[in-house]
Design a binder for this molecule. Structure first.
Ligand code: SF4
Ligand code: MG
Length: 313
């Protein structure tokens, strides 16, 4: 599989009054074409900020992001590969769909960025109807308004809106977190099928390890703006190396309990206040030791699996 996206030493900081908040630090990774990269971590870990840099909503403070070998940001400007090539589906369809717009206009809106030739009226309406059916809605739904639909249906509308421009890559930011569990599975399956049919590549952002496991080929675990572990999904679930990853897996029923470490939880905050130099996880790590007051380097265990922790095993 070829590389679609490459992050190189990407940083994103915000200033808040006197303080500088480092939302993303030293992000280095790639996404292969046709794969699903999962970004997992608690809220505020920098997952969404990272996703926003790929859709033009946040500009990296440092570093480079390449899309098919070309810089995505150049001279402080977002360089779209082609209009509609990169799309997004957000968590909350309630707030991401304009309540005053009919479903038809919501789905067609991204096409306004394309030129008329690409939009050719007849082709457009035929495509619209087949797309709406494909995501599990009906043609007669097109004239209704978002409030007439359930949460799951609204997310199907958002998915159709993302697909109308025939994208190659979609950022899915917690796409099912606002839905009931039973509906969640249907929407996840739809996303999986669409990916296969259309050869899509996804960045899948979630705080839910089971969802991540179900959807993703590669997983990056984020904590306080840093990727603390990354690897192929199966490997990461079988042999997690970072204590934070282990704790996330421990929260899944039956999954990690039989392993040597048993159930693992967060430590109480340490009495020693960790400085800037310390490991980002120091304050909550059950294995912290003096050496951890100096941050560990990220190291690779295999070609694809790496982590940032001083522990040997
Ligand atoms: Fe925990 Fe130390 Fe590893 Fe950080 S480096 S995760 S504090 S053991
Ligand atoms: Mg978020």
């Amino acid at each position: 599989m070829s590389t679609l996206i490459q992050f190189e030493k990407v940083e994103k900081s915000f200033s808040k009054g006197q303080h500088v908040i480092r939302a993303v630090s030293n992000a280095n990774f790639s996404v292969k074409k046709g794969s699903v990269l999962g970004l997992v971590g608690e809220s505020g870990s920098g997952k969404s900020t990272l996703g926003k840099m790929l859709i033009g909503l946040e500009m990296p403070s440092e570093g480079m992001i390449h899309y098919q070998g070309n810089p995505l940001w150049k001279k402080n400007k977002f360089k779209r590969p082609r209009p509609g090539e990169i799309q997004t589906v957000f968590q909350d369809p309630q707030s991401s769909l304009d309540p005053r717009m009919r479903v038809k206009d919501i789905i067609l809106e991204p096409l306004l960025a394309l030129d008329n030739k690409q939009r050719e009226e007849k082709g457009e309406s035929l495509r619209l109807i087949s797309l709406v059916k494909r995501v599990g809605l009906k043609a007669e739904h097109l004239d209704r308004y978002p409030h007439e639909f359930s949460g799951g249906q609204r997310q199907r509308i958002a998915i159709a809106r993302a697909l109308i421009t025939d994208p190659a890559f979609i950022v899915l930011d917690e796409p099912t977190s606002a839905l009931d569990v039973s509906v969640q599975a249907q929407v996840l399956n739809l996303l999986k099928d669409l990916k296969k049919e259309r050869g899509l590549t996804y960045l899948f952002i979630s705080h839910n390890m089971s969802v991540i496991r179900y959807m993703c080929d590669q997983i990056a675990v984020m904590y306080k703006g840093r990727i603390v572990e990354m690897g192929p999904s199966a490997e990461l679930f079988e042999r997690p190396r970072h204590p934070y990853t282990k704790i996330l897996l421990s929260s899944l029923p039956g999954l990690f309990e039989s392993a040597d470490e048993g159930k693992l939880g967060f430590a109480n905050p340490s009495e020693v206040k960790p400085g800037h130099e310390a490991c980002v996880f120091y304050d909550r790590c059950p294995y912290r030791m003096e050496a951890c007051l100096k941050a560990p380097a990220y190291r690779n265990e295999t070609d694809e699996h790496g982590f940032a922790c001083h522990l040997k095993k």
